[in-house]
Design a protein around this ligand. Sequence first.
Ligand code: GLC
Length: 676
Amino acid sequence: MLKKYCFGEFVKTDAVVLDIKDEKNKECKDFIIKNNSIVFTLTSEDIVYGLGESVRGLNKRGWKYVSWCSDVTDHLEDTFSLYGAHNFLLIDGKQKLGLFFDTSEKITFDISYTKENELVVSMEHLNLDLYVIKNENSNEVIKEFRKLIGKPYLAPLFGFGYQQSRWSYFTKDEVLDLVSNYEKENIPLECVYLDIDYMEHYKDFTVDKEKFSNFKEFVYKLKEKNIHLVPIIDAGVKIEDGYDVCEEGLLNDYFVKKQDGTNFRAAVWPGLVYFPDFLKKDTRKWFGQKYKVLTDLGIDAFWNDMNEPAMFYTPERLKNTIDEISKLKDLSLDDMDLGVSGIVKGMALSLQNNLEDYKKMYHDIDGKLVCHENVHNIYGYNMTRAAKEELDIIRNQRTLLFSRASSIGAHRYGGIWTGDNRSYWSHIELNIKQMPNLNMCGFLYTGADLGGFGADTTEDLLLRWLEFGIFTPLMRNHSCNGTRRQELYLYDRVEDFRNIINLRYALIPYLYSEYLKSYHNDDLMFKPLSFEYEDDEIARTIEDQLLVGDSIMIAPIYKQNQNNRYVYLPEDMLMLRFRSNEDYDQEILNKGHHYITVKLNEVLIFVRKNKSLILTRPNKNVESLDMKSLKVISYLDSKYEYYLDDGISLDSNYNVYEIEVKDNNVVRCDDLTIIN
Ligand code: GLC
């Protein structure tokens, strides 16, 4: 059952692709309206999933979350908002209820925070369409929701390879050096990222001619090795005379305005910028076509950043702050007490991403000026939409594309990464817990900065994080400038790193097949255990073990100096302990509680009963993988449906190959080759 209740008026998000009729004022027993809040009663057994990219647990109970796309470097337990606004919840209890709060405005979710058994969803004004989905089980609720919001972005197969990033690889030589180090160490490598320093003065759609001379030749040289370069594109356009993007934008009125009709200015990496008004169709078309500057040079992959949009300050606020601070200059040194330092610090901090500044931005929506505050959460979404819509026209094949800011709807246009995490063990745990919730909200091509973006990594953290990261569709190691380097060849345990990346490549047929299934069947690729073992009270509370696709369960290690972990098996399973794709042991474990040794270089995969895992021989890149030569590890008799498409066409015309195992023998494999 799917019902829609409309409240107030808001700028349409285009998140939903089905036309559902409004129940008008018909009473709904599932919620009550109190002032500007919608209140749902929970039972103490209910689990509340959802909210995609947000902090804390897989079960969101016990905190409040604010959907407001934010440029935040602190992903802490008390952080209210991250970069995404993913307003979907699934209440999993005796009844299964899906709730989608479709709005472009800020919205707050108090989930058992104020009152244990209440979910209170509030807004300044109730301007939203609420969709209520009821079905007999969680999987069906998700299917219905995902049908409502349309098919996710489909990544190219090469997007499943190992990707190395850093802010920044500053020159061509640095990139070539990196590539040759990976080659020397025989570690597969698929993509290398170009962070902001590849540009001329951080100007979108330019390439620094000195540091990256003969760029096209360089791109093709790497292409010959099947390595893809992934340049970053930021939302802000540098204000500079003679810079074509700036001038065209001004000429055609493509930028976000102030209320008086002049262009709004703020500072990001290039200094002062204008923000393209992505909510305008013409702007989207124009900006999206700009990617052609780079695709003409051979680029087939992009990441969109700072599109909340992030701003360091506005010139007005900076001036005002400097004026205010300079008023303090006559204070005697003895008066420079804590109070004064607090004021100065507060003023400096309030320069960045100030809500008052967002209120000064205006969009032209069908000729009407709309304050940015009301559409903030769909800004980044529309940047990705601009890119995807035009890249599809320009390239007529899949482009690797993902973004930082997003809201539901954006899942149709690109993937997302989870932003500026840190090299914290708790951020591996967060990554694990975010994956199913992101999938529920439609984001399938997603992952975190493996190894951690901020702070100094350690060898063991990087290895453990990669041991989880080998399962995430986007597998990118990225780090901030000034932090310890994270390239894998720099570490003593280079052999372990090689083995783990090889294992990822061996798993690509399975991962990609399960990814395609999630895409075509509106399913989750990462599932909480409760989705499959709904009557198992223990399984229902477990948050650090996940089902990945239909065949396997994983139980990553995310604590330092821990070579053992507790694992709960909701049924008998075949445990595989991998040291490399070739070197593994296996053991059948019974349903129940286990304490299992997992050394630093080991990864556990649990094959479910009557299911099988497929693996291929790893190779130096995705292009060289033989996706049709597979090794099959089956627990008892099984039938595996292997989904495969060409990995690059915009439409996924996939084939399903059946692999059947009986009495330890593969008895059917269609036209696949079975390897040992
Ligand atoms: C932002 C991005 C980060 C990037 C940096 C420089 O912080 O989130 O990934 O490296 O900007 O572009």
